[in-house]
Design a protein around this ligand. Structure first.
Ligand SMILES: *Cc1c(COP(=O)(O)O)cnc(C)c1O
Ligand code: SF4
Length: 342
């Protein structure tokens, strides 16, 4: 297990100031499985959580915890963050790199799978550890920290005129502080063949305070067309604070999309998915992808069979306008795009 936990890495140290409240929130996130169980009144889960967390540490911002119903071990938000005994099993077909990230690395921290766009692993740190994450086994240690590696990625992008779009991903790029990101984006915007800048981040959902004025400034001031992709799986993740953060992005003129992962026990019901999509649309956020689970070791208990996924999609399509229906896709190594499932 080589993932760099935010404990060890990221959470950049910054002199405290009002706009950096989010860094304090990151520092105060729950990292101890026993504390997680204690706060949620689930003492019976503490032992198994501790064992399962040895492979992939717990990391949950306290604001996210507030949305979880204490004492309910089936809470769909809890299931995304609580390590379960089931993670220790890895049935056949589940592996450490199910989406073929390693073969697609152009450089450490720069991946290209699809034409015209590259993904920068801006940082290994996330603002929440999602138990189903396909990058839970990603060798982030091989991706040296921030600006030093970014330079090599920038040079490589500048050399290749076929690249039109850069995705900042990770980890979660928004665990990096705004001054560094603003500088990175400035350098990207100097590369004349680049047209678009995409940010993939779960931060507006788990720490809405992260959508600061300075973030909006560097994002909307760039010459590059911005696209912001957030990640929410369940309608209850979208409380008033999160909706406020999404509104700040939208009001700044930034197109916002959502990607979700189809997860057993979290969102594998028609009513849940419909509610999620409607809440997103009301917030002027477009459902983009509904991902079939990537078969990463430790996440087998989240898998929903594709046939069931297709059934769910068929049902939500009957209930929602076309623009509110996400594309149901699967990532398969070696493919030239994410594979549409139906
Ligand atoms: C998912 C992914 C993208 C983005 O794919 P889109 O279909 O454009 O959203 C780009 N690069 C990599 C490496 C990816 O995994
Ligand atoms: S799903 Fe996204 S936010 Fe969650 S652990 Fe994985 S990379 Fe981080």
């Amino acid at each position: 297990m080589t993932i760099v936990s935010p404990q060890a890495q990221a959470v950049p140290l910054n002199p405290p100031s009002s706009g950096n409240n989010w860094q304090q929130i990151l520092k105060e996130a729950v990292r101890d499985p026993a504390e997680l169980c204690d706060l949620l009144n689930l003492p019976q889960h503490a032992d198994s959580a501790r064992r399962a967390a040895e492979n992939f540490p717990v990391f949950v911002p306290r604001g996210f915890l507030k949305k979880i119903q204490p004492g309910d071990s089936q809470d769909p938000l809890l299931r995304q963050v609580l390590p379960l005994e089931a993670e220790l099993q890895s049935p056949p077909g589940f592996s450490g790199d199910p989406v073929g990230d390693q073969p697609s690395a152009l450089l450490p921290g720069l991946l290209q799978k699809y034409e015209g766009r590259v993904l920068m692993v801006t940082t290994g740190a996330c603002a929440v550890h999602c138990r189903y994450c396909f990058r839970r086994d990603y060798p982030y240690d091989d991706s040296p920290p921030a600006p030093v590696v970014w330079q090599r990625a920038l040079d490589r992008i500048a050399e290749d005129t076929s690249i039109q779009e850069v995705l900042l991903s990770g980890g979660d790029p928004l665990t990096v502080r705004d001054e560094l990101l603003a500088d990175l984006v400035k350098q990207l915007s100097r590369i004349s063949h680049l047209r678009r800048l995409r940010i993939h981040s779960r931060l507006p959902i788990v720490i809405p305070e992260r959508v600061t004025d300075s973030l909006l400034d560097w994002l909307s001031a760039s010459r590059l067309t911005p696209i912001f992709v957030v990640h929410a799986n369940h309608p209850r993740e979208l409380d008033a604070e999160v909706l406020g953060a999404l509104e700040r992005l939208v009001e700044a003129g930034i197109p916002v999309l959502n990607q979700a992962v189809l997860l057993r026990g979290v969102n594998d019901r028609v009513s849940t998915l419909v509610d999620l999509c409607e809440k997103l649309i009301d917030a002027r956020v477009f459902p983009y992808y509904l991902h079939q689970l990537d078969r990463v070791s430790g996440a087998a208990h989240f898998e929903v069979p594709v046939e069931r996924g297709l059934e769910l999609l068929g049902e939500i399509r009957k209930r929602l306008p076309g623009y509110a229906v996400p594309r149901y896709v699967q990532e398969q190594p070696g493919q030239l795009s994410k594979l549409p499932l139906g």
